[in-house]
Design a protein around this ligand. Structure first.
Ligand SMILES: Cc1cc2nc3c(=O)[nH]c(=O)nc-3n(C[C@H](O)[C@H](O)[C@H](O)COP(=O)(O)OP(=O)(O)OC[C@H]3O[C@@H](n4cnc5c(N)ncnc54)[C@H](O)[C@@H]3O)c2cc1C
Length: 399
């Protein structure tokens, strides 16, 4: 049975960032990543908006705020050093009605508290930045950007392997059995004997954490986010990133316009309950996943509170016209014929038993295991700092 010092379950950007720091800072330690798919970054990391978030939205002092700020700086440095394309193109968060102004002001205050360079701008300046955007007031965040996260992952994987780290795909992790001072992890590619285990399993994070013996009170509820792309004739309608004022009750940012690093502009994502944790099409259905969600008291409480919003999102998912109407609040000239379907992503959102959505990153620990139980957006932006943090936690164990 191969033995390793640290076994990382999950080859998304968080698992890779952790292995990257481990192999760089502790070259004498043996590091192995096991990933259940045949390739890395096939789930959230490979299906997101590709935005380098500035950290403007998050509660000051929260893990999201701290890791987003430090992680974004680290990600920019990594991309610059490794020649990975990224663009600090700036974004606008736009209030289109007077009743959104107090929420816009709160975001601005948070941005300032988090040290984000941002400016409250009036309509005239907004028109200079985004000529087709509606809006009575906006926040301009010049330091927000775009990047190719899958390309980042490919480079992280190269660096990990160059330094002797192992990456084993098609190796779904199953049971984890404590064995004296190691843990035996059963995978589809065989058993591994690990001194320490780190789980970064995204949409499966609660299940995998439980297999490692961790008691997790929250459950992952999957929310699919669907995108459209602007046709080439309509791309002039968005220069960079145009975002709405998000609903403060939800961790999602609302449908927005995102220029992509390799060209084109995506619109979305919405947020509909997914009937399969890794179901990217409307028709995807997993009986086990759906039953697990529908029988979870936390989900039932959440649904009782927000069923109206949920139905609205589902309606937008089935009606392109309704989706377009949401986009027209930001860019009134958008028409249905400007939009072509452009894939989807599924967010892993941890929901607590009391029905609240776990807002912050959640990392649980035991003597030999570190579980990343909630790593929603901006965890891709923040990944290099989350990885650094996990390695610091491991290092306290072997000192
Ligand atoms: C629609 C959408 C838009 C987003 N937009 C942004 C954005 O613009 N900017 C940003 O910073 N963040 C964004 N995010 C969030 C970001 O993508 C995620 O926070 C981040 O990718 C999480 O990375 P991860 O490694 O934790 O999870 P994942 O990328 O989901 O990786 C988890 C991995 O674990 C593997 N795995 C699961 N179970 C097992 C098992 N039993 N054994 C082995 N492997 C297993 C999976 O196959 C997967 O590869 C977005 C997310 C979504 C869904």
């Amino acid at each position: 049975m191969p033995s390793t010092d640290v076994l990382i379950v999950g080859g998304g950007i968080v698992g890779l960032a952790t292995a990257y720091h481990l192999t760089r800072d502790y070259p004498q330690r043996r590091v192995t990543i096991v990933e259940k798919e045949s390739q890395l970054a096939q789930h959230q990391t490979g299906h997101n908006s590709g935005v380098l978030h500035s950290g403007i939205y998050y509660k000051p002092g929260s893990l999201r705020a701290i890791n987003c700020r430090a992680g974004k700086a680290a990600m920019e440095q990594f991309c610059a050093a490794e020649g990975i394309p990224y663009d600090i193109c700036g974004k606008v968060i736009v209030a289109v009605a007077a009743d959104e102004l107090p929420a816009l002001a709160r975001i601005f205050e948070r941005g300032q508290a988090n040290g984000v360079k941002c400016e409250m701008i009036e309509r005239a300046r907004l028109k200079e930045l985004e000529p087709y955007s509606a809006g009575i007031q906006a926040i301009h965040v010049p330091e927000a950007g775009i990047v190719d996260f899958p390309a980042v992952c490919r480079r992280l994987a190269e660096r990990i392997q160059e330094r002797g780290g192992q990456i084993v795909c098609e190796a779904r992790a199953g049971r984890m059995i404590p064995n004296h001072d190691t843990i035996i992890v059963e995978t589809l590619a065989g058993e591994f004997d690990a001194k320490y285990v780190v789980t970064c399993a995204g949409l499966q994070s609660d299940r995998v954490a439980r297999k490692s013996g961790q008691q997790v009170d929250s459950k992952i509820v999957p929310f699919r986010g669907e995108y459209f792309e602007l046709t080439s004739e309509a791309r002039y309608l968005c220069r960079n990133l145009i975002y709405p004022v998000p609903d403060p009750n939800f961790p999602f940012l609302g449908v927005h316009f995102t220029r992509l690093i390799h060209g084109g502009v995506e619109c979305g994502p919405n947020a509909v309950l997914a009937f399969a944790r890794e179901g990217y099409r409307k028709s995807d259905f997993s009986f086990a996943d759906t039953m697990e969600t529908l029988t979870f008291p936390g989900f039932l409480r959440l649904a009782r509170k927000y069923w109206r919003t949920g139905l609205g999102e589902m309606w937008r998912s089935f009606s392109k016209r309704a989706f377009v109407r949401a986009l027209q609040r930001l860019v009134p000239e958008i028409r249905e014929e400007h939009l072509a379907p452009a894939g989807s992503g599924v967010r892993a959102q941890a929901v607590a038993r009391d029905g609240t959505m776990v807002d912050d990153f959640l990392i649980l620990e035991s003597e030999r295991v570190i579980n990343v139980c909630n790593a929603p957006s901006p965890a891709a932006t923040a990944s290099l700092n989350i990885g650094r943090l996990i390695v610091e936690k491991l290092a306290t164990r072997w000192k």
